[in-house]
Design a protein around this ligand. Structure first.
Ligand code: HEM
Length: 142
């Protein structure tokens, strides 16, 4: 970081220990959220993947996306969610869980806004459009 540059979001969040703590709470929240597990594909995957591995990948991704030294090694958002057929309503529940976690750790508003913008940038790859099969990226490619 140059002396006059604004610190990265990663640094403003307090680095990987803080990020991992927030991800730990968030993943524990979403993996048992009955609103998300009402989708049988999500429920099945939430019982198939290990919480520790899931937390590892999401922590790595958030470190990478916020300007930290981590390099995300997981699958693309399309590849890891396409088969889940996630709806707009489920997306809203996921964001509600996210808000609860951000508030629990009193993440300041500017950093909350930046984190939500990062998460929202993945929405097109994750949420399916109503009345059509397949995620948005596939529909565009078609
Ligand atoms: C309603 C929203 C979402 C739900 C219900 C959901 C659920 C899931 C589930 C069940 C898996 C395991 C899939 C499998 O292995 O079959 C998964 C993987 C993953 N998700 Fe999500 N997800 C959502 C949104 C997001 C968002 C917004 C992000 C990040 C910005 C994210 C990051 C990841 C990552 C990093 C993985 C692991 C990828 C890999 O296995 O390589 N998810 N998600």
């Amino acid at each position: 970081m140059q002396p006059n540059d604004k610190p990265s979001l990663y640094d403003r969040l307090g680095g990987i220990y803080n990020i991992a703590t927030v991800v730990d709470d968030f993943i524990d929240r979403i993996m048992v959220d009955p609103r998300l597990n009402a989708n049988p594909r999500v429920d099945d995957a939430h019982h198939r993947v290990s919480p520790a591995g899931f937390k590892y990948l999401v922590t790595e991704m958030v470190g990478w996306a916020t300007g930290g030294p981590q390099v995300y090694s997981g699958r693309s958002m399309g590849d890891s969610h396409r088969h889940l057929m996630i709806t707009e309503e489920e997306w809203a529940c996921f964001m509600d869980d996210f808000q609860q976690t951000l508030d629990k750790f009193s993440v300041p508003q500017p950093e909350q806004d930046e984190l939500k913008a990062i998460v929202n940038s993945t929405k097109e790859s994750i949420v399916v459009k109503p009345f059509q099969e397949g995620p948005v990226e596939e529909q565009k490619a078609a």
